[in-house]
Design a protein around this ligand. Structure first.
Ligand code: GLC
Length: 527
């Protein structure tokens, strides 16, 4: 029998630290800002926080280009502040997860500086190097996720190095034993400091084909973006050998009860399932990008959840996310800022079987903020055609309807423009029991006090078109009407525990539940 860990039943909250709260007036959020808002997170009821990268970085890709895995970026704080955050969050029952970026480093990392210094350098083999082809062109046809060739010639040593992302993000060589050992040390360093686990960046990308074979062309069944790109990424990432890495890390993590969450950018549920390990001996949780990118439609979402549930090995748990720093915010993508859709989305995220990951601002239905021209900070978003600028989903948290939005001082220029806090902010919603914030908090509390919602099985129930209805465990039914037409669904006898229309909380249901357009309810059966 699986022993349940905190993350089985808990809710995780992603903080993009630069945009959460600025305490030193430089327009950049910092770790002290996270400490200062632990009250909010405790009140909301989250169990864990995933911090986006906090390490020293030249910020070509905002922390996803790490220059030192064992320190904190001075703009965000220092190790002592991180230790305090871990302790103060821990005192409130909240765990801290860090972002681990093992696929690549910054080109400023000491390992790469050494690696490119000569072909004989101690760290040469820590990266992926190859000779040019006879005509001087790159070693093979691999393309970068951010556009253009994935190879850059190092003029000093006259070999190409691999970069699946920016030129300034050289890929590590996971065929090197020393790289494995180095990352074991990185993980132990943070575990010793009390970090509860890691979100693993580019989890399906670490290992590359040992023979550096060309990627094959797309087939007619491939998704449009793969056909546009002109190749299938089967040799520069997505290698099955990566599973050896996770089996090793799982042993390390389980030895001290830590959790590993994979950024598994995969759309085939069967492939996603392999990252949990057939014997549940790999990643504890894997992000579900099919769900994130789906439309807010009952048939689409239900099909994804059913397929995921069917594919995962017994005992594995899905992770459900609507927003993050790459895909943007669900309030915009799914809901076009429509309050009723936002409420249905929150209800769905927080009542499916699995671990919900909220992104800072989700709890107030914060929308994306248009960012253009000289305000753009996301450099990868500007190059190539594969990417879009990701800044709109990374703007500062809206704490209060005042200049600076409670994120920073009224006279400080924030690193990214702040949206209109009058549209959504924590302070106003805190005093309004009908707000998204209260709905979110009450759904989290309901999860916590209802075993069926914490760990009951998921089962789809028959529903009219536009409505998605499911049972959790023995006695809870959730119905969300993801359509603009009123509908009725049979849920049996029961009581509405929480409705997206809070006026219906406590309402008796006598068999049929009527739902207005974009309306949802969690029903306790039999009571
Ligand atoms: C992951 C991160 C993304 C970053 C990329 C390259 O996908 O989530 O923000 O740009 O890795 O490091």
């Amino acid at each position: 029998m699986t022993v349940r860990a905190w993350w089985h039943d808990g809710v995780v909250y992603q903080i993009y630290v630069r945009s959460f709260a600025d305490t030193d007036g430089d327009g950049i959020g910092d770790l002290q800002g996270v400490i200062d808002h632990l009250d909010h997170l405790e009140w909301l009821g989250v169990d864990g926080i995933w911090l986006s990268p906090i390490h020293p970085s030249p910020n070509r890709d905002w922390g996803y280009d790490v220059a030192d895995y064992l320190d904190v970026h001075p703009e965000l704080g220092d190790l002592a502040t991180l230790d305090r955050l871990v302790a103060e969050a821990g005192a409130r029952g909240i765990r801290i997860l860090l972002d681990l970026i093992p696929n690549h480093t910054s080109d400023r990392h000491a390992w790469f500086v050494d690696a490119r210094s000569s072909r004989e350098a101690a760290h040469r083999d820590w990266y992926v190097w190859a000779d040019p082809r006879a005509d001087g062109s790159p070693p093979n046809n691999w393309l970068s996720v951010f556009g253009g060739p994935a190879w850059e010639l190092d003029p000093g040593t006259r070999q190409f190095y691999l970069h699946n992302f920016l030129t300034e993000q050289p890929d590590l060589n996971w065929w090197s034993r020393e790289v494995h050992d180095a990352f074991d040390d990185v993980m132990r360093f943070w575990f010793d400091r009390g970090v509860a686990g890691f979100r693993i960046d580019v989890a399906n990308g670490l290992v590359k084909d040992a023979e550096l074979r060309d990627n094959p062309p797309p087939t007619k069944d491939d998704p449009p973006e793969v056909r546009r790109r002109g190749q299938r990424f089967v040799h520069n990432m997505n290698r099955t050998e990566v599973h050896d890495v996770y089996r090793r890390w799982r042993t390390l993590a389980d030895a001290s009860g830590r959790v590993l969450v994979g950024e598994t950018w995969l759309f085939d549920p069967d492939l996603l399932a392999t990252y949990y390990g057939i014997d549940l001996d790999e990643l504890h949780l894997c992000f579900n990008f099919s769900f994130m990118f789906a439309d807010l439609r009952s048939d689409t979402l239900r099909a994804i959840v059913e397929a995921t549930e069917a594919a995962l090995p017994a005992g594995a748990q899905p992770a459900w996310t609507g927003s993050n720093h790459d895909v943007g915010r669900f309030a915009s993508r799914w809901c076009a800022s429509d309050p009723a859709r936002i409420r249905c989305s929150l209800m769905t995220l927080l009542t499916l079987r699995g671990t919900p990951f909220l992104y800072y601002g989700d709890e107030i239905g914060m929308a994306e903020v248009p960012i253009e021209g000289e305000d753009v900070r996301d450099e990868p978003g500007l190059i190539g055609e594969a990417q879009v600028v990701r800044d709109p989903g990374r703007t500062p948290m809206q704490w209060a309807a005042k200049p600076g939005a409670g994120f920073t001082g009224a006279d400080v220029r924030p690193w990214l423009p702040i949206g209109d806090p009058a549209l959504a902010n924590v302070a106003d919603q805190r005093s309004d029991p009908d707000s998204h914030l209260h709905l979110c908090r009450d759904l989290i509390a309901l999860r916590r006090e209802t075993p069926d919602l914490r760990f009951g099985d998921y089962a789809s129930l028959p529903s009219p078109a536009g409505v998605w209805t499911w049972r959790r465990g023995q006695g809870v039914v959730v119905a969300v009407n993801l359509s603009g037409a009123a509908s009725t669904v049979h849920v049996g006898q029961g009581t509405i525990a929480i409705g997206t229309d809070r006026g219906r909380d406590g309402e008796r249901v006598d068999g049929d539940l009527g739902l207005g357009p974009w309306d949802g309810a969690v029903v306790r059966q039999g009571v």
